[in-house]
Design a protein around this ligand. Structure first.
Ligand SMILES: Nc1ncnc2c1ncn2[C@@H]1O[C@H](COP(=O)(O)OP(=O)(O)O)[C@@H](O)[C@H]1O
Ligand SMILES: [Mg+2]
Length: 266
């Protein structure tokens, strides 16, 4: 299912946080959003998820304006894992994933064997099947994060929105998680911090800078030394690795305005 942002704007008082952002994500595409802290990535994702109402502009889910779709139906199509996702404390790991089935339950459609099968598969997918009976408050940050993704997968969405999904994860689980997400037959929009992960896993990358979408395209078109320098203020070199995936190397001491070099005084 495709997802589009059409002229999305959001402000906090007079402060413009997201400024006129438009793009379209094709069905099955993985779009990464990168950008400095405070550039508006989370605000944009929360509008795409239908949680924050745009001040102007609209989100299209498939061919329908999101605001015309009921929240239960949205939740059957789209799942969102927030940056600081939290969950009630007194539940087990499995119960946290079972929450993903909520949009399908109703007075006439109670919990079924099929729901159990879907939850089992989601737990397995995020490598948490062996910890299914653990209490939430006994789990590590990384295990909780994997369960949040498991909950989102149990929701069986067509579109998955992820806000810094690899926070708290060790490198093995970071790669596993992005690989798992990519292998799903899903439209994915994910705010990512690691530029090399974005290059490895995303079909396209969008850059947010100061509330604006300043670039969107294939990783090798978007991730250039000049862009990285102007957006993040960091010196980097970018070269393709043996698989043709662009690889970003950062230079120590290259951060502008933070550690002046001799050249700054001459
Ligand atoms: N509800 C709000 N009220 C005031 N400022 C906000 C609110 N939400 C976000 N902001 C501000 O908007 C800017 C962008 O935030 P955010 O979307 O979280 O950026 P990012 O996810 O790229 O770090 C930040 O400066 C943040 O403090
Ligand atoms: Mg954020």
């Amino acid at each position: 299912m495709k997802l589009s942002a059409q002229n999305l704007c959001w402000s906090a008082g007079r402060l413009e946080i997201v400024r006129d952002v438009s793009f379209e994500v094709a069905s099955g595409e993985f779009l990464g959003i990168i950008g400095p802290n405070g550039s508006g990535k989370s605000t944009l994702l929360s509008m795409l998820a239908g949680i924050r109402k745009p001040l102007s502009g609209q989100v299209m889910l498939g061919d329908m304006p999101m605001r015309s779709i009921g929240s239960r139906e949205v939740a059957q199509k789209l799942a969102f894992v927030e940056q600081q996702a939290e969950t009630a404390e007194r539940i087990t790991a499995r119960q946290a994933v079972e929450l993903g089935r909520t949009p399908y339950l109703g007075p006439l459609s109670g919990w079924s064997v099929e729901d159990d099968t879907i939850v089992d598969a989601a737990l397995d997918n995020v490598d948490m099947a062996d910890k299914a009976d653990r209490q939430w408050h006994h789990l590590s940050g990384g295990e909780r994060q994997r369960l949040h993704i498991g909950r989102a997968l149990a929701q069986e969405p067509r579109v998955l929105l992820l806000d810094e999904p690899t926070n708290h994860l060790d490198i093995g689980h970071q790669i596993d998680l992005l690989d798992l997400v990519r292998r799903q037959d899903l439209t994915v929009v994910a705010a990512l911090h690691d530029l090399n992960h974005a290059a490895m896993f995303c079909d396209r990358i969008a850059i947010m800078d100061n509330g604006r979408l300043t670039a969107i395209g294939k990783p090798h078109d978007v991730l250039t030394a000049a862009t990285i320098s102007s957006v993040f203020g960091v010196d980097a070199s970018v070269s393709p690795d043996e698989d043709g995936i662009c690889h970003v190397r950062f230079r120590a001491g290259g951060r502008r305005r933070i550690s002046p070099t001799k050249d700054d005084f001459t």
